[in-house]
Design a protein around this ligand. Structure first.
Ligand code: 3PY
Ligand code: MG
Length: 256
């Protein structure tokens, strides 16, 4: 990738990512070798710990593949620790207000722009690259807010106009839950919410992101044509389940 992950995001380049809920560096190798642009360790719904996250990021450094994490929640300690582990992008769940978006950006930026703590860590090669990272981190690390509640849809302009919000990622399941139509992704209210999301991303020149959980060519094409540029494709557990199901079926086993 030419330039940083954040620059690519801001230039609205199409960035195809993998999504890991199983915490093992071998998965990072597979995605990196295949040519994914970024890989996200899902610390919200996966069971991966911080040490494994750092090992996954270490593995990705051998490839042209940006290390990204979805945080378990909007939380100062997690922002610091995941950035120190070397994340180039943060996906922050459930950002519902301008105030929260401002706080997330603040936590992710070093002073004078924010309050990120200085310290020797993997992100600066344990102090060896401290000065260089101190100078480049604010420009190079992307902050991506998850829009996944009806309250966030109601104040999209307030959230997406915050300086330092580089991308927005829709969370369709939680969003549908907050609207009382859980899982009904084709419901007219969901479609209207997604339209409002995309339009606001365009208005504020913020990269629009979505997880295409079942990545068929048609679904991917539909999202790209709509203007999404930050696409997560599939999910490690689903790839595994799909391959395992196919193998059992090939052996004639009925799957219930
Ligand atoms: C959601 O749909 O709410 C998600 O966060 C999916 O990962
Ligand atoms: Mg969610």
């Amino acid at each position: 990738m030419e330039g940083s992950f954040r620059q690519a995001l801001r230039q609205n380049r199409v960035l195809l990512g993998g999504w890991l809920q199983i915490g093992h560096p071998a998965l990072a190798e597979i995605h990196g070798r295949l040519g994914f642009d970024w890989v996200c360790v899902d610390l919200e719904h996966g069971a991966t710990d911080l040490e494994t996250t750092a090992n996954i990021f270490r593995t990705l450094a051998a490839f042209d593949c940006a290390p990204v994490a979805r945080l378990p929640q909007y939380d100062e300690t997690w922002v610091r620790r995941v950035l120190d582990a070397g994340a180039h992008g943060l996906i922050v769940p459930m950002v519902c207000s301008r105030r929260q978006a401002e706080q997330v950006v603040q936590l992710a930026k070093y002073p004078p722009l924010g309050t990120r703590g200085f310290g020797f860590a993997r992100a600066n090669m344990h102090g060896i690259d401290f000065n260089r990272c101190r100078q480049t981190a604010n420009d190079d690390i992307a902050t991506i807010v998850m829009i996944e509640h009806k309250d966030a849809i109601a104040c999209l302009d307030d959230i997406l106009s915050v300086e330092g919000v580089d991308g927005a990622f829709i969370g369709p399941l939680d969003l549908s839950g907050s609207m009382g139509i859980v899982g009904q992704l084709d419901h007219p209210d969901m479609i209207a919410a997604l339209d409002a999301f995309l339009a606001a991303c365009k208005r504020h020149r913020v990269a629009a992101g979505m997880h295409v959980v079942q990545p068929t060519p048609e679904r991917i094409q539909e999202r790209l044509a709509g203007g999404y540029t930050l696409l997560a494709l599939g999910l490690d557990v689903l790839y595994l389940a799909e391959g395992a199901r196919t193998a059992l079926r090939a052996a004639g086993r009925e799957i219930v």
